[in-house]
Design a protein around this ligand. Structure first.
Ligand code: IPE
Ligand code: IPE
Ligand code: MG
Length: 227
């Protein structure tokens, strides 16, 4: 059997808070440590010639429920990461994209996101997509609104076209942190995705573990409803 191709990998990066709490640290330290894993995993994917797209769930539409201090810290970290990462994106050929509803973010954060998107848009080794204030239900509603405004009929093709993600379907989804749920991530795009759940907290997630998961994914039998 030929191994399954892996063009689009999506990850629910979970477990930062527990990683920190278990070390007697503040939850924010876990988010900070998680940034290193983002770098490792992104570089691995950029070097893999087969992987075209890496979508990372960084902040959900439900994460506003967290204490203001944690939300503020996450916004600060995000701004810093996207700004500082620009050079690395350029040297590794990584194109930076975002999905989600950016309207509640500060204009400073939105500008940083836009500048990094613009600066990296010709890079081709990998597209790294951050899902920010992202919820799959919200995305589907926004897609339907857009297609109605364009005077189109709802269909699978038109809904897909108006989603935030005009990318290939997700082949493989990994959730770290031990929980086995989707938490409103990419519900439409995950229809036939292979799912893997890792017990590792996101800051502990290693490239070796990623490689092992990819090997298992490659040998799974994908049927798409056929036999
Ligand atoms: C995931 O880690 C990162 C975000 C949701 C921003 P968590 O912060 O959810 O970590 P746990 O699940 O509480 O350990
Ligand atoms: C999902 O993790 C969202 C992100 C990783 C950004 P959560 O920690 O918010 O999910 P629940 O609350 O455990 O479902
Ligand atoms: Mg969590």
């Amino acid at each position: 059997m030929t191994p399954n191709p892996l063009r689009h990998l999506a990850i629910i990066m979970d477990g930062n808070g527990r990683w920190a709490e278990e070390r007697g640290l503040r939850r924010t330290k876990g988010h900070e440590a998680g940034v290193e894993t983002v770098r490792r995993v992104t570089e691995y994917c950029a070097e893999d010639p087969e992987i075209e797209t890496l979508t990372l769930y960084a902040f959900s539409t439900e994460n506003w429920k967290r204490p203001k201090m944690e939300v503020d810290y996450l916004m600060h970290l995000l701004e810093k990461y996207v700004r500082l990462e620009r050079e690395r994106y350029m040297s590794r050929g990584i194109r930076f994209e975002v999905i989600g509803d950016l309207s509640p973010f500060s204009s400073r954060l939105r500008e940083t996101l836009e500048e990094t998107r613009e600066a990296t848009r010709h890079n081709r080794a990998l597209t790294q997509i951050l899902a920010l204030n992202y919820g799959a239900r919200d995305e589907i509603v926004r897609s339907v609104r857009r297609l109605l405004a364009a005077g189109e009929e709802p269909s699978e093709a038109s809904i897909s076209r108006h989603l935030d993600t005009p990318y290939a379907d997700v082949d493989l989804l990994i959730r770290t942190g031990g929980e086995e749920r989707l938490s409103n991530f990419l519900l439409w795009q995950l229809s036939y995705t292979e799912l893997f759940f890792s017990e590792s907290y996101w800051p502990d997630f290693s490239v070796d573990e990623l490689r092992r998961i990819i090997e298992k994914f490659q040998s799974r039998r994908r049927k798409f409803g056929g036999i």
